[in-house]
Design a protein around this ligand. Structure first.
Ligand code: F6R
Length: 615
């Protein structure tokens, strides 16, 4: 993981890099550092902690002038988070400096060899090994920096997005990518380098995304030349126009990105179905599906691969694909799928779901599925991401940038896209009646305003949160379409408040978890009218007779559950298949408020990162 930023041009590099690192902190935030070239020398400062800690320290430590610089925000892989292991890293001569996102797997062997040749190492990182390998190649072979980087990278095994510069040649930065993202912003006589385009969005709308195994020498006064690392062949740079703006990646008056993103959901869901859902005409328009209709319609089954929250969206999709489109579905953790030698054929369709489009396990699962001839369809949020590029076809969620580490609007927009696909296929297959199809489209179109209504319970939810903020454990129960929402509710609470929580299918409770229930155990139950209501009411009775505290998410106007539960939170009525889009809202808000009340870092929970680009 980790975020990298670089700048070369006519502006002061420092403020651009610092701001850029703050925007990339979602990728890692255990340490940070910056190296600037001040016209004579490299000035480098780095520290354990967040970018804000770096800022405080750096301005006392080094001069921050200079038009060339690189910066890094880290999520540790090799070497604990401390000042020394933070990036950037110097080479032994002090001439070269590097930032790196990724892992060099064979670094031990290279390090041993370099030590034999007299190199010394300050840190425990694989990155310091790489920069010294580059230095060794450069010296031994008498080549320029770009060539040295290329030769060195052909010797390493692993993943990387790197930026390197040489203080003796301060008009260029060398960048390369394999497995980790790298975007180059192209301005007027200036270049920006970053893990994604957010650090440079206010400066240029033109970006080039390097593909795997590509490198570039970004040189002032020259057009960018991209080369294949392996065979040195030239690649035509593909300039893309960035479609998002600065406002979309700032907090817009909310205290946290997570809250902003929860509140953005009505808008985000509308953006997801805009132009695709034509309720009046009775049409679902999705070119990615349309162009590969036969693949979907003739598929033996759909295999969904994803991680975390995206996996939960996949579970919701399993219900809807099977229920409405009558297509068999299997939902797999990408991290298990990629290593368990699964049976995959060219009659399978694999749907990979990922907000970031960079999750290493999901990417590996896609590659595996493709190597067995399966057709792979991506559901991603980040445009131009690795997964979006690696898949045969796909549909973007159009949720806008999601910065809070805990995924919220990505989840609901993924479900929206997957619902549209299921409806389209159901119609094509004749698995759904015309009237049901129209009914589903009309109901889906109404979801954004119902989410708005659900958000209106925020104050009430906050008071419920206050009651349970000191719980040590929580249970989340749901059935059918809302079983995955129970899993998602528990994950949201765990990751931002560090309270232990488990999600279960409500009926499974009696096979074990019921033993946990006593008067100290809050149990969040999704008990909406459509969806096994009576059965869930029985489950609630079982909790009540064991003195568990019941917080129920109910359909507005509910009477029965209200009599039993300690607290109820109402959501508007909708059809069962769409209910996860509403039931999830109060659970997101509950977790948010509990975490805030516990003084946790909501947007950057400990040990986590937004984009999991390592195994
Ligand atoms: C939870 C969360 C993670 C991600 C998971 C997959 O709130 O954000 O569980 O869902 O790391 O990430 P993507 O969707 O980017 O592949």
């Amino acid at each position: 993981m980790c975020g990298i930023v670089g700048y070369i041009g006519h502006r002061e590099a420092y403020p651009i890099i610092l701001k850029g690192l703050q925007r990339l902190e979602y990728r890692g935030y255990d340490s940070a550092g910056i190296a600037l070239y001040d016209g004579n020398n490299i000035k480098l400062s780095k520290t354990k902690g967040k970018v804000a800690d770096l800022k405080e320290r750096l301005e006392n430590e080094i001069t921050t002038t200079g038009n060339l610089g690189i910066g890094h925000t880290r999520w540790a892989t090799h070497g604990i988070p401390n000042d020394v292991n933070s990036h950037p890293h110097y080479s032994n001569s002090g001439d070269l400096v590097i930032i790196h996102n990724g892992i060099i797997e064979n670094y031990e062997a290279i390090k041993t060899e370099l030590i034999k040749r007299g190199y010394t190492f300050n840190s425990d990182t694989d990155t310091e090994v790489l920069i010294n390998l580059i230095e060794e190649v450069k010296k031994k072979q008498g080549v320029k920096l770009g060539k040295a980087v290329q030769i060195a990278l052909n010797e390493v095994v692993g993943a990387y997005a790197i930026a390197v510069f040489d203080k003796n040649k301060p008009n260029e930065i060398v960048v390369a990518k394999l497995g980790s993202p790298l975007a180059i912003g192209v301005g007027d006589e200036e270049f920006f380098i970053a893990s994604d385009a957010s650090p440079f969005i206010e400066f240029t709308k033109n970006a080039i995304y390097l593909e795997d195994e590509e490198m570039a020498v970004v040189r002032l006064g020259k057009k960018i030349k991209i080369r294949k690392i392996k065979d040195d062949s030239l690649v035509n740079p593909l300039m893309q126009e960035l479609k998002f703006n600065l406002e979309q990646i700032e907090k817009g008056g909310y205290e946290h990105f997570m809250l902003k993103e929860i509140y953005e959901q009505p808008h985000a869901i509308r953006d997801t179905y805009r132009g695709r859902l034509l309720a009046k005409e009775g049409i679902v328009r999705m070119s990615g599906v349309e162009n590969h209709k036969e693949k979907f319609l003739n598929a033996n089954r759909i295999i969904i691969v994803a991680c975390g929250t995206s996996w939960h969206a996949g579970l919701v999709a399993e219900y809807i694909f099977e229920d409405i489109a009558r297509i068999p579905v299997e939902v797999e953790y990408a991290s298990e799928f990629r290593y368990r030698n699964p049976v995959i054929t060219n009659k399978d369709v694999v749907i990979a779901i990922s907000q970031s489009g960079e999750t290493a396990d999901t990417l590996a699962a896609i590659k595996l599925a493709k190597s067995h001839g399966a057709f792979v369809f991506g559901v991603c949020n980040v445009v131009g991401s690795s997964i979006a590029r690696e898949t045969d076809a796909g549909a973007y969620t159009h949720a806008g940038p999601e910065i809070g580490v805990a995924s919220t609007k990505a989840f609901t927009t993924q479900i929206t896209v997957l619902t549209l696909i299921a409806l389209k296929l159901a119609k094509e297959k004749g698995a759904i009646s015309n009237s049901q199809f129209h009914y589903h489209l009309e109901e889906l179109e109404l979801i954004p305003e119902k989410v708005e209504k659900a958000l209106k319970s925020d104050e009430h939810i906050k008071s419920v949160a206050k009651t349970y903020k000191d719980a040590a454990n929580c249970l989340y129960l749901g059935r059918g379409y809302n079983f995955p929402v129970a899993l998602e509710g528990a994950l949201k609470l765990k990751e931002i408040s560090y309270i232990h929580a488990e999600g279960y299918p409500a009926a499974e409770m009696k096979h074990g978890p019921i033993a946990l229930i006593d008067e100290h155990m809050p149990v969040f139950v999704i008990a909406t009218k459509k969806g096994h209501y009576e059965k869930v009411v029985s489950n609630i009775q079982e909790i009540k007779s064991r003195k568990g505290k019941i917080i129920a998410i109910v359909t507005e106007g509910d009477v029965d559950v209200k009599k039993l539960a300690d607290h109820t939170i109402e959501i508007p009525e909708t059809i069962e298949s769409l209910s996860p889009l509403l039931t999830t809202i109060p659970l997101q808000l509950l977790s948010y408020h509990i975490a805030v009340m516990l003084n946790k870092n909501v947007d950057q929970p400990r040990n986590l990162a937004k984009s999991v680009t390592v195994e």
